[in-house]
Write a protein that binds this ligand. Structure first.
Ligand code: HEC
Length: 225
């Protein structure tokens, strides 16, 4: 009889460890083998904008799944007004009250006034935006001769100091907002404040490249825009 006493429990334990160890190196070279607590290696990928809903343990899986399949980011309810950190700009968050039709265009022309006083600084800011968004069609001086028109294929818009000389500022704003004919809407490129700044520069061009009437323009109806 051997002097080394073998404990059958230990032997069995060692054997089963070997079996588990070998089983964990299976035939598939891409398999990570047996993982202890796989959640810690592979945390569930959380999708943005998905409502993970209520715990299926307490509610039914059906209910939880229905919630998971519905995006959680929603459009704000109708009538929601964006918060303006700067109270002096709160009026820009108000909805634009004129419809995209001829009545809206005419009404904007009669009623809508710029909330921004015309100064050299605002004309300069408007010019910067005009150069970026308008002059490739309307031309540097607003004569309707930008490169898009000169290269052919695009009908020329009227000249600001010619056919469009007396176009009121409300209509200019309306057209930038909704577009007109071949001109598309610029509402997604220019927020309302920027649109009014561009209007300053268009008015400056309407006036032949000079400040209008002592540089002063009605600026008392911020709520209407
Ligand atoms: C893709 C070329 C194009 C761009 C860019 C463009 N316009 Fe126009 N715009 C036109 C055309 C064409 C018309 C003539 C539309 C019509 O009367 O059918 C026009 C018309 C106008 C009118 C006259 C609207 C009226 O009531 O008769 C104004 C004002 C105007 N654009 C301002 C701007 C301003 C400001 C920008 C830049 C924010 C701009 N446009 C960008 C092509 C363009």
């Amino acid at each position: 009889m051997s002097t080394i006493q073998r404990n059958p429990v230990m032997t069995l334990g060692a054997l089963s460890l070997m079996v588990v160890g070998m089983a964990s190196c299976g035939g598939d070279p891409n398999s990570p083998g047996v993982e202890y607590m796989p959640d810690m290696y592979r945390s569930p990928a959380v999708e943005a904008y998905v409502d993970y809903g209520q715990d299926p343990y307490y509610f039914t899986e059906d209910k939880a799944r229905a919630q998971r399949e519905r995006p959680s980011a929603m459009l704000p309810p109708a009538g929601t007004i964006a918060f303006a950190e700067d109270a002096s700009k709160a009026a820009y968050s108000m909805p634009y009250p004129y419809a995209n039709d001829n009545d809206g265009y005419e009404a904007a022309g009669l009623e809508l006034r710029s909330p921004i006083a015309m100064t050299e600084a605002t004309v300069e800011q408007g010019k910067e935006l005009y150069v970026r968004f308008c002059d490739h069609c309307h031309g540097d001086k607003g004569d309707g001769d930008g490169p898009v028109v000169n290269n052919g294929g695009h009908p020329p818009p009227g000249a600001y100091s010619g056919a469009l000389k007396d176009l009121p500022e409300g209509k200019i704003f309306h057209v930038i907002t909704y577009g007109k004919g071949m001109m598309g809407s610029h509402a997604s490129q220019l927020n309302k404040e920027e649109r009014w700044l561009v209007v300053q520069y268009v008015k400056y061009l309407q006036n032949g490249g000079k400040m209008t009437r002592d540089g002063v323009v009605a600026s008392t109806t911020p709520a209407a825009n």
